[in-house]
Design a protein around this ligand. Structure first.
Ligand code: UD2
Length: 333
């Protein structure tokens, strides 16, 4: 991937996680990369070998201080990404998602570093209309969404009040290799079901829509945010294309060549009906353009997990065990 950022010292928090580890892969060839992760959800094997790993906790200001020393750019991806966990524990998740972000901003001021921070489509809650622009109503429906909204506002405020260079990226439904953990998102759930020839379970009527954006496009948006002059604001990061969950189920059956049945169960309580990004601000000011359409992304995902499975099988064979280890599924920022 073409990297507009080179010769810098950068910190990626959550750099062992889903999005963070892909970002590290893109940055490592041309930059000095540090990763701060506590490996609660991240995976050490996913961290690029040239990155320096700091096994630390976002709740510990000393770890933040150590990780951010002399950096030029901080990509703050580390977070508790589970909406349901935030509902169960608003206070504890706020500590990680919001308070630690404030510590990160404070440290960035001392270091005079730019901060690109992971925000979320969760800031919008139930949208009044789609596609959603950045100036749409902000009414989150979960503590997670409130935490992301607060950090998104703080990013703008730190730019306004203190001149800190900040950019908040509001991710829509991100998917791609290495998505893992108990809170995995519909694409990895459907892929697992299709591969196991189990029924693909649609929650509700399947007419609800989402904007699925490939992690490589999300990485591109981060790199553009790291070099843009248009700081102090938030950008939607999606594709601008809406896909219904029913269409997704059919597509996943196709790309996996599966004969799984598609079944319906009860809708999720409080589910967002339609969500799709208006990406014109990111297009105009960052030059952001998503390059991977859903079908291409899903086909890539299927073949990359086949390669992972084959490699794991070969390793196991070498150890005399045989075996079949699928790519783990889940989410992370
Ligand atoms: C996404 C983000 C979340 C938050 C939220 C804000 C992911 C993984 N999550 O949640 O972090 O930002 O947006 O609005 O990107 N579904 C099924 N069958 C399944 C699983 C899911 O039908 O087995 C449906 C589910 O009911 C929903 C849709 O698929 O309508 C997407 O679900 P999701 O959990 O992947 O993501 P979402 O949009 O709720």
């Amino acid at each position: 991937m073409e990297t507009p950022l080179a010769g810098n010292t950068v910190l990626v928090t959550g750099g062992a996680g889903f999005i963070g580890s892909h970002l590290v892969d893109a940055l490592a060839p041309d930059n000095e990369v540090r990763v701060l992760d506590n490996f609660s959800n991240g995976t050490r094997e996913h961290v690029h070998e040239e990155a320096t790993v700091i096994d630390g906790d976002l709740r510990n200001p000393m770890d933040i201080q150590r990780a951010a020393r002399d950096v030029d750019v901080i990509f703050h991806q580390g977070a508790v990404v589970s909406v349901s966990e935030s509902v169960d524990a608003p206070r504890a998740t706020n500590e990680i998602n919001l308070e630690a972000t404030l510590d990160m901003f404070e440290q960035a001021r001392l270091e005079d570093a730019r901060v690109v921070v992971a925000s979320s489509a969760a800031v919008y809650g139930h949208p009044v209309e789609v596609p959603i622009t950045e100036s749409a109503r902000l009414e989150p429906t979960s503590p997670y969404g409130v935490q992301k909204l607060a950090l998104d506002h703080y990013a703008r405020l730190y730019n306004d009040l203190y001149g800190l260079e900040t950019v908040a990226l509001r991710y829509f439904n991100v998917y791609g290799p290495r998505q893992q953990g108990p809170y995995s998102g519909v694409i990895s759930t459907f892929l697992e079901q299709a591969r196991a020839d189990e029924p693909i379970t649609i929650e509700g009527d399947g007419e609800q829509t989402r904007d699925f954006v490939h992690v490589d496009d999300v990485v591109r948006a981060n790199l553009q945010a790291a070099t843009t002059d248009a700081v102090g604001t938030a950008y939607n990061v999606g594709t601008g294309t809406r896909t219904s969950i029913g269409e997704l189920a059919t597509l996943i059956r196709e790309v996996t060549d599966s004969s799984s049945r598609i079944v319906h169960r009860d809708p999720r309580t409080g589910d967002i009906r339609h969500s799709v990004a208006d990406i014109s601000r990111a297009g105009d000011r960052l030059g952001f353009e998503p390059l991977i359409d859903l079908e291409t992304g899903l086909r890539g995902l299927v073949s990359s997990s086949k390669r992972t499975t084959a490699a794991a099988g070969a390793d196991d064979d070498a150890a005399g065990q045989g075996g079949d280890t699928p790519e783990p599924v889940g989410t992370g920022e």
